[in-house]
Design a protein around this ligand. Structure first.
Ligand SMILES: Cc1ncc(COP(=O)(O)O)c(C=O)c1O
Length: 407
């Protein structure tokens, strides 16, 4: 394997399980390992381009900022949704031009605003009058996007409790205020919520957006951007098709008369979920016998909710455990993380063949909101990353980058 960038290049015919097999050859490690299949990220992008050709993706780097993933998306030409100065630094640092970034954080620290201005990151969201005044003072030339609230109500993480104005009771006044301040509002954004199965919400959100576009026109704004946020599925077997169908129909239904509008999205989990498999191993076990007679086998593994599984513990994000060992008596089991905190529970109760110390449990579809949140609570190590790309895929995206360079 040839090491290059932050990923290794492997032969085309290599299966991810072979790669994982190589990683496991060294035996159980203290740190969990994130094995990343970058071909999966490239495939996702191909699907996006085929199904949503009118919507440019700006990858939400908050979801997984592993350098290999970010580098590949850079080469594929996506934009990036950054939420902080640190994320902007990271993306600009690998050579992304500032016009490929949206600073999609409605509540911005002043120094991040000054940083954005200095580095030419002009596009950013807002959702309140105080933020407008801040923008007027520190970055009056910014291209502003008003974020409104449209929660699907079926997501692991709803956004509307924290961000987004009400499109009817607040947006008109905010737009009038922006006009009075002489600020350049160029469009709208929304986020239906992260992680759910709710493609139908997009249609309603487009309808609301269209009304606000019309209102904006009536007060002299000529909007050119609609940012439809994240909320797309990322796990294997969860297709983009129904989302694409509803979004394409909504574009035709609500925006046929707005031919100059650019549509963008901020997918996070769509790109990174299925690319990542976490390799954990059993460090301890205990058979618990409850008074009512039932038994549960507790396994303590080397990753937990203070590591890669925060979102499983706090946001009901599903986990996909796969023990490598298939034989053995099936026992109802719980999988705990390594810390002393009783919240550190990954799986409450699942059937597993009986495992031993050092046996591996893989967690598939584990790339979203996992490593980005990991900390070293109780002194346990952070996950290690091993990212791979197949030779011909690397060649293909490298050629594409060259071609773009000559445009
Ligand atoms: C503003 C914003 N955009 C995009 C995303 C990414 O959402 P998802 O991972 O559901 O695509 C998030 C997630 O928190 C977000 O807050």
């Amino acid at each position: 394997m040839e090491k290059q960038c932050d990923f290794s290049i492997i032969a085309d015919q290599t299966d991810l399980r072979d790669v994982i097999g190589c990683v496991l050859e060294d035996g159980p490690t203290e740190e969990p390992i994130h094995v990343i299949d970058l071909d999966d990220v490239v495939n996702k992008h191909d699907i996006w381009l085929r199904q949503l050709p009118r919507v440019k993706p700006f990858y939400a780097i908050k979801c997984n900022d592993t350098p290999g993933i970010v580098q590949v998306l850079e080469m594929l030409g996506t934009g990036f949704d950054c939420a902080s100065k640190g994320e902007m630094e990271k993306v600009l640092g690998i050579g992304v031009s500032p016009d490929r970034i949206i600073f999609a954080q409605p509540a911005k620290p002043i120094d991040s605003l000054i940083y954005a201005k200095k580095h030419g990151v002009n596009l950013m969201t807002f959702d309140g009058v105080h933020e407008l005044n801040k923008m007027k003072k520190y970055f009056p030339e910014a291209l502003l996007v008003l974020r409104f609230r449209y929660d699907s109500g079926k997501s692991f993480a709803s956004m509307g409790d924290k961000f987004g104005c009400d499109a009817e009771s607040e947006a008109p006044e905010l737009l009038r205020q922006a006009k009075q301040l002489g600020l350049n509002v160029i469009g709208l954004s929304f986020h239906i919520g992260s992680g759910g199965n709710d493609w139908k919400s997009f249609e309603g959100a487009f309808g609301v957006a269209r009304k606000s576009f019309d209102f904006a026109k009536s007060i002299g704004y000529d909007f050119t951007l609609l940012d439809i946020g994240g909320g797309f599925p990322g796990a294997r077997g969860k297709p983009l098709d129904p989302y694409a169908k509803h979004i394409n129909e909504a574009i035709d239904t609500y925006f046929a008369s707005y031919s100059n509008v650019q549509f963008i999205a901020e997918p996070g989990r769509y790109y990174s979920t299925s690319a990542v498999t976490i390799v954990t191993n059993v460090q301890s076990k205990r058979l618990v016998k409850y008074k009512d007679g039932h038994e549960l086998m507790f396994y303590y593994v080397n990753d937990g909710i203070f590591g890669s599984f925060y979102s499983a513990g706090h946001e009901n994000q599903p986990v996909y455990p796969v023990p490598l060992k298939k034989e053995g008596r099936i026992k109802q089991s719980a999988i705990w993380g390594p810390s002393c905190d009783p919240l550190d529970l990954i799986c409450k109760s699942i059937p597993l063949p009986e495992l031993d110390f050092g046996d591996f449990i893989l967690f598939e579809n584990a790339g979203a909101y996992s490593i980005v949140i990991a900390n070293q609570f109780n002194g346990f190590p952070l996950p290690r990353v091993e990212a791979y790309i197949r030779e011909s895929t690397r060649y293909r995206i490298w050629q594409r980058t060259l071609a773009d360079g000559f445009d």
